[in-house]
Unconditional design. Structure first.
Length: 313
């Protein structure tokens, strides 16, 4: 059984995000979209901002089920009477306001267009707008959310009571992804926490969902995703057909996540992935999957986790 390292109700500080939080807390008269892969703490940033502001707060979570419904998100945020960008602007600037949008990649196009119209006209008004997404968009000024540094990741684990002797292992496996680091921490067994057993790189709680996501992908994309996963997590999951494989995360995906994708695959798909690796990493034109051109690589995440463009490449 996993060892409980800290009470679930404990509120921990956001590690490694102080500079960005200061920037967002002081934002006014402008909009900013913060983007990055799942698990980097984008929703936690918004929660911190909501808790700290003394302005009126209006916001909305993007919903996949409503992505095709015109103005669905805008109506949930500002009411059914708001039907375009001009009306959204009037509503937002009526008094000091902090506006937020989480999971903007699942907001319908019409709502995004209306909010973008309003965002370009916030200068001089006591209104700030912060959006989060898994990918950037030209509709808003954007900044990427980087993985945590090793020091910030270590502090996150220390906050949750992870013993010093195993923190360095989890820091490496977590690849700077806060959600993966927390999952690794809470999956520790007493023997692992005490250093008597090796730490597992596989996030067991995610295996069913990842297996379903892999099954939903076209064969080619599924095999390419697993080839990248096998290449980036080779030290964790066992021998790979490729020398020099690295545990460094790729495209914001941690070694633990890569190991979990690999573990969720069927034996047949793993064999196909290793065959693909062998065909591309041997001979005079060999290359690592991490250096494949973007057009020849799989989606960073399968459709259930996709960003602005959900179609598999």
């Amino acid at each position: 059984m996993p060892v409980r390292l800290a009470a679930e109700v404990t509120v921990h500080p956001l590690r490694g995000r102080a500079e960005l939080l200061d920037r967002l807390h002081s934002s006014t008269g402008a909009a900013l979209l913060v983007w990055g892969p799942a698990g980097l703490g984008k929703s936690a940033l918004l929660a911190d901002l909501r808790a700290a502001t003394d302005r009126r707060v209006v916001g909305v979570h993007g919903l996949r089920a409503e992505r095709s419904l015109p103005l669905a998100a805008l109506h949930r945020m500002l009411g059914p009477a708001v039907t375009d960008g001009a009306a959204a602007l009037r509503s937002l600037v009526s008094r000091p306001t902090w506006c937020w949008v989480d999971d903007a990649q699942w907001v319908d196009a019409e709502s995004l267009a209306a909010l973008s119209f309003a965002a370009r006209r916030l200068a001089g008004h006591p209104v700030g707008m912060v959006l989060t997404s898994r990918t950037p968009t030209e509709l808003f000024d954007s900044t990427s959310l980087p993985p945590l540094t090793a020091a910030a990741a270590d502090a996150l684990l220390r906050d949750r009571g992870v013993p010093l002797g195993v923190r360095s292992q989890l820091v490496e496996l977590g690849g700077g992804n806060p959600a993966d680091l927390v999952a690794l921490a809470f999956a520790l067994t007493p023997a692992q926490a005490a250093g008597r057993e090796p730490v597992s790189p596989v996030l067991a709680s995610r295996l069913p969902g990842y297996a379903a996501d892999l099954a939903a992908l076209p064969t080619g994309d599924r095999v390419r995703l697993l080839a990248v996963a096998a290449d980036t997590c080779a030290p964790a999951v066992g021998p790979a057909p490729l020398g020099g494989a690295t545990a460094e995360p790729t495209d914001g995906v941690s070694p633990a996540t890569s190991a979990t994708w690999y573990a969720a695959a069927t034996p047949a798909d793993r064999r196909a992935a290793h065959a693909l690796l062998a065909s591309t990493t041997e001979g005079p034109n060999r290359s690592s999957p991490t250096s494949w051109p973007r057009s020849h690589r799989p989606p960073t995440t399968p459709p259930r986790h996709a960003g602005w463009n959900a179609r598999p490449r």
